[in-house]
Unconditional design. Structure first.
Length: 321
């Protein structure tokens, strides 16, 4: 099968389209023919070894899991004899988590992994864009226990995680202020944000608001700027924190502040929850550009710029649309 291997840490050119053996599913696994995947900030971080500590977990000189790609949408084409929840012909979407391997035509994955039936209203390209941002935002939003009527600010609202956080906070009944650049203000209104702040022109104090929850999705606000706009017992989510911010968060917790950070947990339950919202028309796809598997280096170059609008999908099978 065709797959894209990450041959070293570095620029997008380290990604090479190669032929590798098609996986054989174990008794508790599904074999998925991948129709579409996506290039997410997570893939880019591994490819670049950014932060450097990536090497400690994923391999010192190059990623041990050479085929990157953490999300997929596709069709079940084989099942192991112990599989009960899915059958051949099911359309499914989900996350491979730290296993990666979705930049490929096929992936074998446990039936208990982070996946669900694909919403019928979405094609595979659209569906592949959902898991990364939505599962990340959902985990933090559930931990923050966002309630109806709360005022929530999403900073960095136009990325994969930010656009998911806006929509999920709205689905939980919050009043949402989205912070993005001028170019993305219309997009924020389209996905339902109650208020939008253009960080290029306006000060965060423009609405004179104190928030119950601030979700800092892109690690661009200083800790003190965030705290300044948070209610005294409000919750600060540092969704993209590096080591320094994590230490800062630890200190803030000692002095009584509620700060959430760390690595998210994904689950099939989360996937089914998000599928439910999509089926009810409460969650929209935010799809920026589409590339093909042999253009994956270009897709990475685009994501590297740090200004994608929502998500970048990658077509793997010709019938993904
Ligand atoms: N904790 C976890 O387990 C976990 C899981 C997944 C992701 N993450 C982290 O979450 C972060 C966001 O991921 P993502 O996939 O959403 O990234 P992304 O899609 O690549 O983010 C791109 C967005 O960032 C916005 N942006 C760039 N500079 C900004 C600034 N100065 N102020 C406000 N917005 C700005 C851009 O909007 P403009 O063009 O409008 O500037 C663009 O829409 C990443 O650092 C990722 O590593 C953490």
């Amino acid at each position: 099968m065709k797959a894209v291997r990450c041959t070293a840490y570095g620029n997008p050119e380290v990604l090479k389209l190669v032929e590798i053996p098609k996986p054989i599913p174990q008794s508790n696994e599904l074999l998925i023919r991948i129709h579409a995947t996506a290039v997410n900030s997570g893939d880019v971080r591994i490819r670049k070894a950014d932060p450097w500590a990536v090497r400690l977990f994923f391999g010192f000189s190059k990623p041990r899991k050479a085929v990157l790609g953490g999300v997929f949408s596709g069709e079940v084409v084989e099942v192991g004899h112990a599989v009960r929840q899915f059958k051949v012909g099911d359309s499914v979407f989900g996350s491979t988590g730290m296993e990666f391997g979705a930049y490929a035509e096929f992936k074998a994955i446990k039936e208990t992994a982070t996946l669900a039936l694909k919403p019928e209203s979405l094609n595979h390209l659209e569906a592949a864009t959902i898991p990364f941002g939505a599962l990340t935002a959902l985990d933090f939003i559930r931990k923050a226990n966002i309630q109806a009527g709360q005022k929530v600010m999403i900073y960095g609202a136009s990325g994969a995680v930010g656009s998911a956080a806006v929509q999920l906070a709205l689905a939980f009944g919050a009043e949402v202020t989205a912070v993005c650049s001028g170019a993305n203000m219309e997009l924020m209104k389209k996905i339902g944000a109650d208020k939008v702040i253009n960080y290029q022109k306006e000060n965060l104090s423009v609405n004179n608001e104190q928030y119950d929850v601030i979700y800092e999705a892109v690690n661009q606000l200083t800790f003190s700027e965030s705290i300044e706009h948070l209610k005294k017992d409000g919750i600060l989510i540092l969704g993209a924190a590096g080591l320094a911010q994590m230490l800062r968060a630890g200190l803030a917790r000692i002095s009584g502040r509620k700060v959430l950070t760390g690595v998210i947990k994904e689950s099939a339950d989360g996937m089914n929850f998000i599928k439910g919202l999509i089926d009810q028309g409460k969650y929209q796809v935010v799809l920026d550009r589409i590339f093909t598997l042999d253009q994956i280096a270009e897709a990475h170059e685009y994501v590297d710029l740090g200004h994608k609008k929502g998500n970048v999908a990658v077509q793997v099978a010709p019938d993904a649309r």
